[in-house]
Write a protein that binds this ligand. Structure first.
Ligand code: GLU
Length: 292
C-alpha cells in the first residue's frame, strides 16, 4: 500500500507563530499516526517579501519543535517553469485572460454601481468581486496593450472555467469548515469571481502553484488552517482544469490571539522565536496549542 503524504507549506515572509506551530505539529502527528510521510514546501513565489533569513528561521523553529520532514525541501521559486506551462495551457483553452485594470479603475466601477443602488457581490472574505468587463476585450486589443507594455495580470474567467469543468465539483473534507461542514463539500468557485491566476512578472499565484505542487509531490492529505477552507473551491476547479489529482482536505481550527483575532506574522508576542527567548520549551508550545 502506498503511504499517505502530508505537507507543511509555510511562506518565508515573516516569523512563524503559534498558529504555524499548531499546523506543523498537527501535520507531523497525523503523518505519524497514518504511517505517512511529511514533506516541507517553502512557498516563496513572492520574491520581494520572502527572504533566506525567514526561511532559515523556519528550519530552526521546526527543528526546535521536533517536527521531522523529508529532504529535499521544495522551493516554489525554483519551479516557475512548471507554473508557466500550466498557465499557458489555461490561456490556450481560453480560460484565463489578461486584465489591465488598475485598482483605481476597479474601485471606480464598483463605486459607480453601488451609487446607482446596485448590491455589488463580495467574495467569502468580504472583498468586492472583480468586474468581469475585460472578458470581452478583443484579441487585437489585448495584443496591442501587451505590446505597448501595459502592466497586466492573468485572471480566470470563472464562468467559462466552470463550463469547461462541466460537472459539479466536490472535495472531501476530513476536518471541518467554519460552520462545521464536513464530508463531501460542494465547491462553488464562482463565489470568488475572476481571481488572479498569475501576474505579469511572476507566472503564477498562490492558488496555481499550490495545486500543481500538491499534485507533483503526490500529496494525499492537505492539513491546514480553516482560513483556507473557502479557497479550496477555487483550488478544486484548477485541479479539474489541469487534470490534477485532488487530495483529501483537513481544515483545522485557527489559534487565536488573546483578543480573539487571527495571529499575524508581525505580532511578536506569539512568534515562536520570542516565546523561545522568553524561556518556553517545545512542550510548553505543544500544551499552548492543545497538542500535548
Ligand atoms: N503558504 C500558505 C501559508 O503560509 C499555506 C498554503 C496551504 O497550506 O495551502 O499560509
Amino acid at each position: 500500500m502506498t503511504r499517505p503524504v502530508f505537507r507543511f507549506a509555510p511562506s518565508p515572509n515573516g516569523e512563524l507563530h503559534l498558529g504555524h506551530a499548531y499546523s506543523a505539529l498537527l501535520n507531523d502527528r497525523m503523518a505519524k499516526e497514518a504511517d505517512g510521510r511529511l514533506l516541507l514546501r517553502i512557498e516563496d513565489i513572492d520574491v520581494t517579501r520572502c527572504t533566506r533569513d525567514f526561511e532559515q528561521a523556519i528550519y530552526r523553529d521546526l527543528n526546535w519543535l521536533e517536527v521531522g520532514w523529508e529532504e529535499p525541501v521544495r522551493h516554489q521559486s525554483e519551479h516557475f517553469e512548471d507554473y508557466a506551462g500550466a498557465l499557458e495551457s489555461l490561456a490556450d483553452a481560453g480560460l484565463v485572460y489578461p486584465s489591465f485594470m488598475s485598482r483605481g479603475e476597479v474601485r471606480a466601477i464598483i463605486t459607480e454601481a453601488e451609487e446607482a443602488g446596485r448590491d455589488w457581490p463580495r467574495d467569502p472574505d468580504g472583498v468586492p468581486l472583480f468586474p468581469s468587463t475585460e472578458r470581452n476585450l478583443s484579441d487585437r486589443e489585448r495584443k496591442r496593450r501587451i505590446a505597448d507594455g501595459e502592466p497586466f495580470a492573468w485572471r480566470i474567467n470563472v464562468d467559462e472555467a466552470m463550463r469547461h469543468a462541466g460537472q459539479t465539483l466536490f472535495w472531501i473534507e476530513g476536518g471541518a469548515g467554519p460552520k462545521g461542514e464536513t464530508g463531501e463539500i460542494p465547491a462553488t468557485p464562482r463565489a470568488w469571481g475572476d481571481v488572479v491566476i498569475a501576474r505579469k512578472e511572476v507566472p503564477t499565484s498562490y492558488h496555481l502553484s499550490v495545486v500543481i505542487d500538491d499534485a507533483l509531490q503526490g500529496i494525499t492529505h492537505v492539513v491546514r488552517g480553516k482560513d483556507l477552507f473557502q479557497a479550496t473551491a477555487l483550488q478544486r476547479l484548477l485541479q479539474e482544469l489541469l487534470g490534477l489529482n485532488a487530495p483529501v482536505y483537513f481544515h483545522h481550527d485557527l489559534v487565536l490571539g488573546e483578543d480573539g483575532h487571527k495571529l499575524s506574522k508581525s505580532r511578536r508576542d506569539t512568534g515562536l522565536n520570542s516565546l523561545r527567548e522568553a524561556g518556553l520549551t517545545p512542550s510548553d508550545i505543544k500544551r499552548m496549542v492543545g497538542l500535548a
